[in-house]
Design a protein around this ligand. Structure first.
Ligand SMILES: [Zn+2]
Length: 275
């Protein structure tokens, strides 16, 4: 059973909801840290001879095009993380489509082939007050075969959404949804597939959750970010919750990934979907 390894390729300042601290108009003045961190990730994956899906932010592909080349040359999959890192539910359908196509056209031009996968900033395809299910129609209409934007979590996702890959019907055909790994608990699902959850919860519990999923024939979906491989302290005064989510026990990410790569087999989403 192969699990699925993914990276959201964005820089240290691509954090949602901090426009009042660092507006996107100032991104160009921020130090770019992405190359060094991506080299660490690619070296790690190459050591384990594993291929992954990289959801690249269009802004990064435009500002640092060598990133796209580095990832492609190692045989990994390129997918879209949108262009400007705005949550889907904060955009109109027209704004979302422009952001999506800007990233798609830019990166397809660089790699010379069609991309088929999308992941929204901060798992922001949601239901209820933040309803943004319409984005799935637009993704399917524009050739995307899979999405990985619906987290089965409280607060940032849809708590009762399926926790294993599943098909969704859109007006333009089916699209496959790949949710991030979660662990059930009396408090609801906990995010252990990446970010603070992967760093904080005991490794044994994460490993057991993946073992159980794999025995049932389902892959676990793991994700990480380049800034989790950096010892740099960002010059941002973030609210404590953001600081915890982005940087709590940050040095654990690499150690956890090494253990996961040692204990399990991984592949990219395209291959899990199409074989
Ligand atoms: Zn992101």
């Amino acid at each position: 059973m192969k699990n699925i390894l993914t990276v959201d390729v964005e820089d240290w300042y691509h954090i949602c909801d901090i426009e009042h601290i660092l507006p996107p108009s100032r991104w160009d003045q921020c130090e770019s840290r992405i190359l060094g961190n991506m080299e660490k990730i690619l070296t790690l994956f190459s050591h384990f001879k594993v291929q992954a899906t990289f959801f690249i932010l269009g802004y990064i592909a435009e500002r640092t095009p060598e990133i796209v080349k580095m990832i492609c040359s190692e045989g990994h999959e390129i997918a879209s993380h949108g262009y400007g890192h705005v949550q889907v539910y904060k955009q109109t359908e027209e704004e979302f489509l422009q952001d999506l196509l800007r990233s798609k056209i830019l990166m397809e031009g660089m790699m010379g082939e069609k991309m088929i996968g999308y992941r929204a900033p901060e798992w922001s395809i949601c239901s209820g007050k933040k309803n943004s299910y319409w984005a799935l129609d637009l993704l399917a209409q524009h050739g995307f075969l899979y999405d990985s934007s619906i987290a089965p979590l409280r607060f940032i996702g849809i708590p009762r959404a399926p926790t294993i890959p599943y098909p969704l019907t859109t007006s333009y055909g089916e699209i496959k949804e790949f949710p991030p790994l979660v662990m059930r608990s009396p408090l609801g699902n906990l995010p252990i597939g990446g970010g603070w959850g992967l760093r904080i919860f005991p490794y044994r519990r994460i490993r057991n959750t993946i073992d159980r999923l794999n025995r049932l024939g389902h892959p676990a979906i793991i994700f990480c970010h380049p800034s989790e491989f950096d010892s740099f302290s960002p010059p941002l005064t973030l609210p404590w919750i953001k600081r915890f989510v982005c940087y709590g026990k940050i040095r654990t990410t690499e150690e956890r990934l090494i253990r996961l790569l040692s204990d399990f087999e991984f592949t990219m989403m395209r291959r899990a979907l199409l074989g």
